[in-house]
Ligand binder design. Structure first.
Ligand SMILES: [Zn+2]
Length: 138
């Protein structure tokens, strides 16, 4: 299982600069860590899709303003384990297979990817709907 943060650079016509003022409320989707209070982050619209799909939609994401490194990990990052997630599974053509809400601490992505029809997974913060990460096999 591979969870990959967003690439750099990201471009958006709607970027807003914010300064984190509380812990754990400003999750960077590039390094997959929450910004610390006082750190600057950029709020922008991002389209995570790599295939054309009727489900395709851009959405809001936060990334550190500084040049943090894109993280790839085999484990669900702490920033996502502490949140309620919307887990959305898709086949290779981008058609939805399943979607459900679950506490990040309880999501079993290995079991989700055990379905051979599932090609990739998108994780979103369940409340605000922010894109959190893409999950692939391998
Ligand atoms: Zn970051």
């Amino acid at each position: 299982m591979r969870i990959t943060g967003l690439p750099t650079p990201l471009t958006s016509t709607t970027t807003k600069r914010l300064v984190a003022d509380t812990p754990h409320d400003f999750p960077c989707r590039r390094c997959l860590a929450d910004a610390e209070p006082g750190e600057a982050v950029l709020l922008l619209s991002y389209d995570p899709w790599t295939v054309d799909s009727p489900y395709r939609q851009p959405g809001p994401v936060l990334v550190h303003e500084r040049d943090c490194a894109t993280v790839t990990t085999a484990d669900l990052p702490e920033q996502q384990r502490r949140r309620l997630l919307s887990v959305r599974t898709f086949d290779a053509e981008g058609m939805a297979r399943d979607a459900f809400l679950q506490a990040g601490s309880e999501v079993d992505l290995v079991a989700v990817l055990d379905d051979p029809a599932v090609s990739f997974v998108h994780l979103h913060n369940a409340g605000p709907g922010c894109f959190a990460a893409r999950v692939d096999r391998g």
